[in-house]
Design a protein around this ligand. Structure first.
Ligand code: TDO
Length: 180
């Protein structure tokens, strides 16, 4: 398994070691020992899966402390553009984001630590799977509007299907006032 650092501290792109044979393939998608050795020391307490048709955008989401979540995300079917935004006020990369192409073929995973907003856009219909370091807590949900002008994320999406809840998320500038 390869753990690749990104331009944002703690945000990792992970490529599992895939064993292929005549039957198909096998890989470990999580191993406590390997992840801990590579800096992901958190314990995962919830696993989630969602299905989205092509052109769906979910995000940008996070949970507020004390229910902040680290997320280990991957795609089981299809392909997505995955986005993580650094919202840690004291981080040198506060407000910066990284994008990742996650597909059922490349089997890449991303570890999004606590303190980030996360979202994805489905380039093809997709089954998305992720492990979380904290439980779901509806009252702690927060987010940023996907097409925020300050974040300026290149989703390569013209008219994505976005939930009513996500259409009402605040801008980054509005959110910033509540972070400090
Ligand atoms: C996230 C979540 C939702 N739900 C419920 C609430 C709601 O009725 C239904 C759908 O919820 P949402 O619309 O929030 O689902 P969704 O938009 O897929 O939310 C997810 O988006 C991605 C980008 C993330 O990063 C995740 O952490 C999560 O926020 O599922 C749970 O029961 N447990 C959970 O952990």
């Amino acid at each position: 398994m390869e753990f690749k650092k990104t331009s944002i501290e703690g945000l990792l792109e992970i490529s599992p070691r895939i064993f292929r044979d005549d039957r198909g393939y096998f890989f470990e998608s999580y191993s406590e020992t390997l992840f801990k050795a590579n800096g992901v020391k958190e314990t995962f307490v919830q696993d989630n899966q969602s299905f989205s048709t092509k052109g769906v955008l979910r995000g940008l989401h996070f949970q507020k402390a004390p229910f902040a979540q680290g997320k280990l995300v991957r795609v089981i079917k299809g392909s997505v553009l995955d986005v993580a935004v650094d919202l840690r006020p004291n981080s040198p990369t506060f407000g910066k984001h990284e994008t990742f192409l996650l597909t059922a073929e490349n089997q890449k995973m991303v570890y999004v630590p606590e303190g980030f907003a996360h979202g994805f856009y489905t380039i093809e219909e997709a089954i998305f799977s992720y492990k979380c370091t904290n439980l779901y807590d509806k009252a702690s949900e927060g987010g940023i509007i996907w097409n925020d002008p300050t974040l300026n994320i290149d989703w390569n999406a013209t008219e994505p299907l976005v939930s009513e809840k996500d259409m009402e998320l605040p801008t980054f500038e509005e959110l910033k006032k509540t972070l400090v």
